[in-house]
Design a protein around this ligand. Structure first.
Ligand code: MRU
Length: 347
């Protein structure tokens, strides 16, 4: 059974609280926009495609709770809701991509009246969710053949079912190769400071029965030096027009290591992660999170009180270090600038 990360139920946006995994599976019910915004900001839901789906349902929620009697007022409310949602996590472009699509659908439906907008926005959020799930499976189909025969893959953060509508992006080629009966073994980076690898990827792979070994982030170099890693597959929060990739902090270091050890470094992401309006990685806004996520683990201090700590949530991997980008529309090879532009016309 595929895991549900976000869904619509009883006029509310429902989520699995990813901060509580793997210990408990608690459902968060958001009946107000501020609850959806908080869920995204606090990382009750996280992963670029999953927050895009959540924001889409958040826009549907705002429409359905609105007391507006005319389309223009409702469109104003939706515009404000979009600004609120987009501000929660600036790096993952899927968030603004989804709210923009929702606003466009509302605008296109405005002539039919308020009730039509309310119905259309729920249908649009459902469509974004369904398309995301289908995209993940297509990424699996395109990416599985890239996994070398011995099948030792290193991944970082969680780019699995929890980070998407289901099935995942970086985990999709791994899941598909495993389903095909091929040898697969995943080295899971624990991913400090939020531990998405140790808490979420390890849990997902365990559920799927896929062989894995959990490593701390500082073990990756040694594993590569020992010849234990055949390829690296990571997700992305935003891919700039030139092919530079923003992803979870630590990704850039892995790409440098993979290059040094001559190991293929793959990025798996849906088309909604590609931002042709952002020229290069230097233009991607990098989210800074609360340093308390670095000085504490699960609320327990691991550093002396008052020590200054840095916390950029993402880094940028230059395109030169990326072997290929796996999308639902096919596998892109360098030069990525041309390949990404051409992808817009591929369906
Ligand atoms: O801060 P997070 O947990 O939302 O960061 C998630 C990542 O960096 C993922 O690799 C990325 O969103 C791709 S998820 C399919």
């Amino acid at each position: 059974m595929e895991l549900r990360t976000v869904w619509w139920e009883d006029e509310s946006v429902c989520l699995i609280d990813q901060r509580k995994l793997p210990h408990t599976q608690e459902v968060v019910r958001c009946g107000e926009l501020n609850q959806v915004a908080y869920a995204i900001r606090s990382m009750q839901v996280r992963g670029a495609p999953a927050i895009g789906c959540t924001a889409a349902y958040g826009m549907a929620l705002v429409a359905r709770r609105s007391q507006a009697t005319d389309p223009a007022t409702l469109l104003d409310e939706l515009q404000q809701a979009k600004a609120t949602l987009d501000a929660q996590r600036p790096t993952a472009v899927n968030l603004a991509w989804a709210t923009t699509r929702m606003l466009q659908r509302a605008t296109a439906t405005a002539v039919e009246g308020v009730a039509a907008i309310k119905a259309a926005l729920l249908a649009e959020a459902d469509a974004i969710f369904a398309e995301d799930l289908a995209m993940c499976h297509a990424i699996g189909d395109h990416g599985a053949p890239l996994i070398p025969p011995r099948g030792n893959v290193l991944t970082h953060c969680n780019a699995g079912g929890l980070a998407t509508a289901g099935y995942g992006t970086a985990l999709a080629p791994i899941r598909t190769a495993f389903a095909q009966g091929r040898p697969v073994h995943v080295f899971v980076d624990e991913t400090r400071p939020f531990l998405q690898g140790a808490r979420l990827t390890a849990w997902e792979l365990l559920q799927a029965g896929i062989p894995q070994t959990l490593i701390t982030d500082n073990m990756a170099a040694f594993m590569m030096q020992r010849g234990l890693i055949d390829c690296v597959i990571v997700g992305a929060d935003r891919i700039a027009a030139n092919g530079d990739v923003a992803n979870k902090i630590g990704t850039y270091g892995l790409a440098v290591l993979a290059h040094y050890h001559q190991i293929p470094f793959y990025v798996a992401a849906p088309y909604s992660t590609i931002d042709l309006a952002t020229a290069s990685g230097a233009d991607i806004p990098i989210e800074e999170r609360d340093p308390a996520e670095v000085t504490h683990i699960a609320g327990i201090a691991i550093a002396p009180a008052g020590v200054p700590a840095a916390h950029p949530a993402f880094d940028v991997t230059p395109r030169e270090l990326v072997t290929a980008i796996i999308t639902e529309r096919g596998v892109l090879r360098p030069p990525f600038g041309d390949a990404l532009r051409q992808l817009a016309s591929v369906r």
